[in-house]
Design a protein. Structure first.
Ligand code: 5GP
Length: 379
């Protein structure tokens, strides 16, 4: 098995509906085509197209949502997505999704999220560490002390899953507030935070700010999609808000890099997504790291986009494994080959992500032990 697959990994930026298997999406679309709800061939073409601009991606999401929005399907795709991440040795997954209302299907934001939680419980291929109380006595991972942990046979494969509820930028302040209240009510089920996402050219920061402030006051963690399009004012307001993490950070100017670096806000890096959506024009210009003429990673001149070399907190993520035909292992292999980083550098990068998870200290301790054991196997 390649090291980028066998290595334990942490996924912090994965959208549920963007991570659906293509095969499932096509199967569901075919079903709706047969019922005459959609024209299957149009949908098939849209699903199989590989290169899309950021705006085309949002059109595809509208289409995906037509196909996936009933409770049974939400449960099915959640189960599949978790099983897929576990199969490539993701040991901690923060899965984000936008709670949806669909009166025609009798779906409320709450029943949507209950269907997601059911999907987590339906997972069969791996043990799922779901809510905080799952870390109790009798848990095979929690057997006490690193010595026991690394003995191998006692350990069953396990994936910790935490949920983030997304606010879509099309939503109103009231709707965003409803999502935050739902997140608070579902904390015991592993909901730990709020994400702001959706089409970055839609909506205003001021619309979401009251809900995000309320979420923070109540102890939820917050991550923001930030700088997917050039919008200096919004990027600066987002950085001033000091979220727990930000996603992407593609369209930053010198001042924004300066602010980001001094704030030490961790950045969720989605290489394939940024290239596919053309928010970054090529890998060698990606803010993960600057490359010289010999493709060696170097410190960028002055304050600029060289996050890895500058030791800024970063974590490699997938964004949408289905929509961008990628996996977390592939993102690690890609970063390794593009930026000339060896296996131990990549292991370190994966391990560093423990410090940025939106989970409690008990989970972080478990993750440290998992990486400790994996590192011993590397030697
Ligand atoms: P869902 O929340 O329905 O489970 O996942 C799909 C949704 O995630 C999309 O409708 C969109 O709101 C959000 N999303 C997925 N990928 C991206 C991305 O690259 N950028 C932004 N801004 N939003 C995204």
């Amino acid at each position: 098995m390649d090291w980028w697959v066998s290595m334990p990994k942490i996924e912090l930026h994965a959208h549920l509906n963007g991570s659906i298997r293509n095969s499932t999406l096509l199967e569901l679309a075919k079903g709706l085509g047969e019922k005459g709800t959609i024209v299957f061939s149009d949908v098939e073409q849209a699903i199989l197209k590989s290169d899309r601009s950021l705006q085309e991606v949002f059109k595809l999401f509208d289409l995906i949502h037509m196909v996936t929005t009933d409770l049974q399907t939400v449960t099915r795709i959640t189960k599949e997505v978790v099983e897929d991440f576990a199969a490539e040795n993701v040991v901690y997954l923060e899965l984000r999704t936008t709670p949806k209302k669909n009166d025609l299907k009798g779906m409320s934001k709450r029943s949507y999220m209950e269907a997601v939680v059911k999907g987590l419980r339906d997972v069969t291929t791996v043990e799922v560490g779901l809510a905080p109380q799952d870390l109790g006595v009798g848990n095979p991972v929690n057997s006490g002390g690193s010595g026991n942990l690394c003995n191998g046979t006692a350990r069953k494969q396990k994936i910790y899953v935490r949920l983030l509820l997304s606010i879509d930028r099309r939503e109103t302040t009231d709707s965003a507030m409803e999502t935050v209240k739902l997140a608070l009510e579902m904390r015991h089920l592993g909901v730990t935070g709020i994400d702001l996402s959706g089409n970055p050219i839609v909506g205003e920061w001021a619309t979401f700010l009251p809900a995000l402030q309320f979420a923070r006051e109540e102890g939820l963690s917050i991550t923001l999609h930030c700088g997917e399009v050039p919008n200096t004012e919004e990027i600066q307001s987002m950085l001033d808000f000091l979220p727990g993490r930000i996603g992407h950070a593609c369209c930053f100017g010198e001042e924004e890099w300066r602010k980001l670096k001094s704030s030490k806000i961790p950045v969720e890096i989605c290489l394939t997504s940024n290239i596919r959506t053309e928010t970054i024009s090529s890998y060698d210009l990606h803010h993960f790291g600057c490359l010289d003429d010999n493709n060696m990673q170097v410190q960028c001149a002055g304050i600029a986009a060289d996050l890895h070399k500058a030791n800024h907190p970063i974590v490699l993520c997938t964004d949408d494994t289905g929509v961008f035909s990628t996996s977390l292992s592939r993102e690690y292999a890609l970063a390794s080959s593009t930026f000339g980083l060896g296996r131990s550098n990549m292991f370190q990068l994966a391990q560093n992500a423990i410090e940025f998870v939106f989970a409690d200290d008990a989970v972080k301790t478990e993750l440290r032990e998992i990486f400790y054991c994996a590192e011993r196997k590397l030697d």
